[in-house]
Design a protein around this ligand. Structure first.
Ligand SMILES: Cc1cc2nc3c(=O)[nH]c(=O)nc-3n(C[C@H](O)[C@H](O)[C@H](O)COP(=O)(O)OP(=O)(O)OC[C@H]3O[C@@H](n4cnc5c(N)ncnc54)[C@H](O)[C@@H]3O)c2cc1C
Length: 253
């Protein structure tokens, strides 16, 4: 049996550990912090438990898939509530838009607030977002890419044809003429640290995950203490560790 050590019990390390365990490896997870979770941790202060990182989660099925690998049901581990509307935007002119996951309901609302033509543009933008997600996920995110050459796939040509390498702002403006809807469906690039006018349209995948696929909220904080849930029946071993190996950026502090 292969023995594997995973360094770091954040979402990435935990997901890798579950998948490796499911593939038959003997997995040990080393974590320098006292609890797993990484940035999805919570801080207790003055009797309140506060989420330090995610308060809402996108694509909850990725968590379910990782747990299903080791025969666990995500519902036994996490309570997730859909957040709908995902956002409520108030604009300077006094108008308001709720971001609804239901495309038809959202289009109706945009038609009421911004006009029928804008609603039509929204539907075209959602079609773009769905296609973008499909190609990016299938050909790049969900695939192992070991060399630049492997990036040169038919998926890349499809993304070019979709306009995924244009400026995000310009791509959105080709569908959304109203600055309110444009802001509502492009600001998500800021999550990756990029203003929409500096980002490629590729980053609109975050808008898809957020405003089209929808977000969920774990009501009892994003982080759940390790003793609160059941132990995986055939999951990895946990181990609290000192920082493992060399950490880039470490100073002599
Ligand atoms: C303020 C904030 C809000 C966010 N909001 C959202 C949100 O709403 N929705 C969402 O989906 N995402 C959100 N995120 C992003 C999400 O938290 C991260 O994408 C996710 O935590 C990344 O997981 P990771 O496992 O890659 O890294 P991390 O979560 O950083 O985990 C890495 C782990 O490795 C450990 N580690 C590192 N080096 C060593 C070592 N040498 N030895 C031992 N252990 C080590 C660390 O202690 C840590 O526990 C947010 C993040 C922040 C900071």
């Amino acid at each position: 049996m292969n023995r594997v050590v995973v360094v770091g019990a954040g979402p990435a390390g935990l997901s890798a550990a579950l998948r490796l365990a499911a593939a038959g490896c003997e997995v040990t997870v080393c974590e320098q912090a006292s609890v797993p979770g990484g940035k999805a941790c919570s801080v207790t202060s003055g009797g309140y438990v506060l989420d330090a990182g995610p308060t809402v989660l996108t694509l909850p099925e990725t968590i379910a898939e990782a747990l299903a690998c080791v025969g666990e049901d995500a519902a036994d581990w996490l309570e997730l509530m859909p957040v709908d509307p995902a956002y409520r935007a108030h604009f300077a002119d006094g108008s308001r838009l709720d971001v609804l996951t239901d495309t038809d309901a959202m289009a109706d609302q945009i038609a009421r607030v911004c006009g029928a033509r804008e609603a039509e543009g929204y539907r075209r933008y959602v079609a773009f977002l769905r296609a973008l997600y499909r190609y990016e996920c299938r050909e790049f995110i969900d695939r192992n890419v070991d060399s630049v050459r492997q990036l040169l796939s038919p998926g890349l040509a499809r993304l070019v044809a979709l306009g995924a390498f244009r400026s995000l702002d310009a791509k959105a403006a080709s569908c959304l003429r109203d600055p309110r809807t444009r802001r509502l469906f492009t600001f998500q690039a800021l999550y990756a640290g990029l203003a929409p006018h500096r980002a490629r349209a590729l980053y609109a995948i975050i808008s898809y995950m957020d405003a089209v696929a929808g977000v969920v909220h774990p009501p009892r904080t994003a982080h759940r203490p390790p003793h609160a849930g059941p132990r995986p029946r055939r999951g990895p071993q946990r181990r609290r560790s000192q920082p493992t190996g060399h950490q880039r950026g470490d100073s002599a502090r």
